[in-house]
Ligand binder design. Structure first.
Ligand SMILES: Nc1nc2c(ncn2[C@@H]2O[C@H](COP(=O)(O)OP(=O)(O)OP(=O)(O)O)[C@@H](O)[C@H]2O)c(=O)[nH]1
Ligand SMILES: [Mg+2]
Length: 646
């Protein structure tokens, strides 16, 4: 268990930690000289059962709230220290508000300097404090009057802490490992050491971890847990990690960074969150207010983008987007505090909903509904609702599970619990609600069917037009994935630039059919040596060039022929064979060039055909021409093998 102090300057926090542990947490020369705490102090108390209790001592000075915040992360139990003579003072209130915003609901009040006041004063201050705690998560917390001078009251406080430690539910340590770094230094003979509170998961000597948000890979060479050498550390402990990496300098890591398991890496500048403004704020919070964001041990300048309204009233909460000055690491559920731009006042705080927020559509009702779904603590419930809300866009799997800090086993469990289908787009996997992709596909085939019904003579729709005309409006890459699937399963056919439903064949008019029956044997008998249009016309003087050309082009549009030029129309199986031979010849050349002369000689093609043929190959991207010749860029069968045969 980690116990943290809080409270106004000079109220006896450091003295209390010393009374409890025997250890002076003020370690800096300046702290000793000025008698105040400046930076975080740490002390440990060995317990009768062999365990160890860690203490984080924070400064009370109003200008040092930033340091207090860095220490407040990850404490389990707070001791709000109030000097009995002074009673509650400004930082008593500010620290209390911060603890409340951080959601800390376990702790006690310690009334110090009891030796200086009368019993009547003690009673008076106690009442005052009870009222102060009333509206907070610490309402009803026990109050312990003590004297750090005489030691009076300390035994009761110690008993309380031991009891609290027993009741302390063990933390969620099945999440991925995360440690909020509060110090980084270099020790002679040891190297770089970071200290901080492990807020989730566990880490062991030898583990490879990352410094986030920089994504710097390091190895844990050794560790101390709660001030003792150990083989592993777990959430809820203060850890010192000796880190190793080639060229690692202590300046590579600083307060505010995180040490995390590989799979928990996050670097973000945009966070969607729920923000509560403190009730004591004099004014509404305006859109685009500049603030300081404190999260974990990190502190960064930010702007508040109000997502639901134009202003946030004191005491109210709302969905916001935080636009940060630089990358930080943050995860779903992390609590944060906002202070004003000059860092003199705490404004409010809240919790992170989505660390991978974007500016696009951030205020749209759709997105706000998605945030409401994401706000749920249960990852399965949140994912199921999100899938239902984003049918066409899906949910990026990696981002979702990283934001939730899920271990591999928990990821698998989540994906088993939520019915879905996954689509991979390169390294990105998107999840869709079960049945959703099928209905998106149906939307596409329906759009094609409608088109065929309205225009039976048309060869089909280009992909761009199909995407626009489908009512389901899938995103571009979902569309291309679905299309690939529809083509692979034969439900849709591609002919040149057009897509059409399978079985949707070219409809020839009676005279066209007759003409085709006349021409087709000539194309068949020519084989790879396709006949020239003018030669066919010469063979039968009754044929009209315009009519023949119109028919051949129509057949080409439906994928029955390839229009190599206005003179040459080649059947798909023949073109496939020509492309295969070209590919074979190119492979025989150094640097895999296609030589037109070889092509002519190897196949006995006429110059009239071979030239337009290679130009056609260039034009459709099968080959590419450069100063050294032609290179085959695509696979012949992939390009020409699947086309429908005449
Ligand atoms: N009489 C009396 N004096 C105390 C007691 N506890 C602390 N003091 C004195 O109060 C002064 C401040 O004590 P610290 O423990 O440094 O106070 P702090 O809360 O740590 O102060 P910051 O860290 O600067 O916020 C010191 O001079 C202590 O000797 C107490 O129980 N009785
Ligand atoms: Mg102090």
């Amino acid at each position: 268990m980690i116990v943290g102090t809080a409270g106004h300057i000079d109220h006896g926090k450091t003295s209390l930690v010393k009374s409890l542990t025997g250890f002076d947490a003020d370690r800096l020369k300046e702290e000793k000289a000025r008698g105040i705490t400046i930076d975080l102090g740490f002390a440990y108390k060995p317990l009768p059962d062999g365990g160890m209790m860690g203490f984080v001592d924070v400064p009370g000075h109003e200008r040092l709230v930033r340091n207090m915040l860095a220490g407040a992360t990850g404490i389990d139990h707070v001791l709000l220290v109030v000097a009995a003579d002074d009673g509650p003072m400004p930082q008593t209130r500010e620290h209390l508000a911060i603890l409340d915003l951080l959601g800390l609901d376990r702790g006690a009040v310690v009334l110090t300097k009891c030796d200086l006041v009368s019993p009547a004063r003690l009673a008076e201050v106690s009442t005052e404090i009870e009222e102060l705690l009333q509206p907070t998560a610490l309402a009803g917390a026990a109050i312990f009057p003590v004297s750090n001078f005489s030691g009076a009251g300390l035994a009761a406080l110690e008993q309380h802490l031991l009891q609290a430690r027993l009741c302390q539910a063990s933390r969620a340590d099945d999440d991925l490992f995360r440690l909020a770094v509060d110090r980084c230094f270099s020790l002679a003979g040891i190297g770089t050491v970071v200290t901080g509170t492990a807020v989730s998961g566990r880490v062991a000597v030898g583990d490879r971890v990352l410094v986030s948000p920089r994504k710097l890979a390091v190895r844990v060479r050794g560790l101390h847990a709660q001030n003792r050498e150990a083989q592993q550390g777990v959430a809820g402990q203060r850890l010192a990690l000796n880190l190793a990496a080639t060229g690692l300098e202590k300046s590579d890591i600083s307060r505010g960074d995180w040490i995390v398991a590989d799979a928990a890496q996050v670097a973000t500048r945009r966070i969607d969150a729920r923000l509560r403004l403190l009730p004591g704020e004099p004014r509404e919070l305006a859109h685009w207010t500049p603030v300081h964001l404190h999260l974990g041990a990190c502190d960064v300048g930010a702007r508040v983008v109000l997502l639901e309204s134009t202003a946030l009233a004191p005491g109210a909460d709302a969905l916001v987007q935080l636009e940060l000055d630089r990358d930080i690491a943050a995860w779903h559920g992390d609590r944060f505090i906002l202070r004003d731009q000059s860092a003199t006042r705490t404004l409010g705080g809240g919790s992170v909903i989505d660390p991978f927020a974007t500016a696009t559509n951030r205020r749209k009702p759709q997105r706000l509904a998605a945030l409401a779904a994401l706000e749920q603590a249960d990852p399965a419930a949140a994912l199921a609702d999100l899938l239902a809300l984003q049918p066409a866009a899906g949910v990026e799997q990696e981002a979702y599970t990283v934001a939730r800090k899920l271990q591999p086993a928990a990821r698998t469990g989540l994906l088993q619990a939520v019915p879905h289908r996954a689509l991979a787009d390169g390294p990105v996997t998107r999840l869709f609600a079960a049945g959703q992709l099928e209905s998106l596909s149906t939307g596409l085939t329906e759009a094609l069917a409608t088109h065929h019904r309205k225009q039976p003579d048309s060869p089909g729709l280009t992909p761009e037009v199909l995407q626009r005309q489908s009512t389901s409006k899938p995103r571009a890459w979902v569309f291309s994935q679905l299309l690939r699937e529809l083509i692979a399963t034969g439900r849709v056919q591609r002919a040149g630039p057009y897509l059409r439903l399978a079985g949707q064949d070219v409809a020839l008019l009676a005279n066209e059919q007759k003409l085709w029956e006349r021409l087709r044997p000539w194309l068949d008998e020519g084989g790879l040596h396709a006949p020239k249009l003018s030669d066919m016309l010469a063979r039968d003087r009754s044929l009209h060039r315009d009519q023949v050309l119109r028919l051949l082009r129509k057949l080409a549009q439906f994928g029955k022929l390839y229009a190599v030029s206005d003179e040459y129309f080649i059947q798909p199986r023949h073109l496939h064979a020509l492309a295969l031979e070209s590919q074979r010849l190119a492979a025989a050349e150094p640097h895999r060039r296609l030589n037109v002369k070889d092509l002519r000689e190897s196949l006995g093609l006429s110059r009239h055909l071979s030239l337009p043929l290679v130009e056609f190959f260039d034009q459709v991207g099968f080959t590419k021409r450069d100063p050294e010749g032609r290179r085959v860029r695509r696979d012949a069968t992939e390009m020409f093998g699947g086309a429908s045969q005449a």
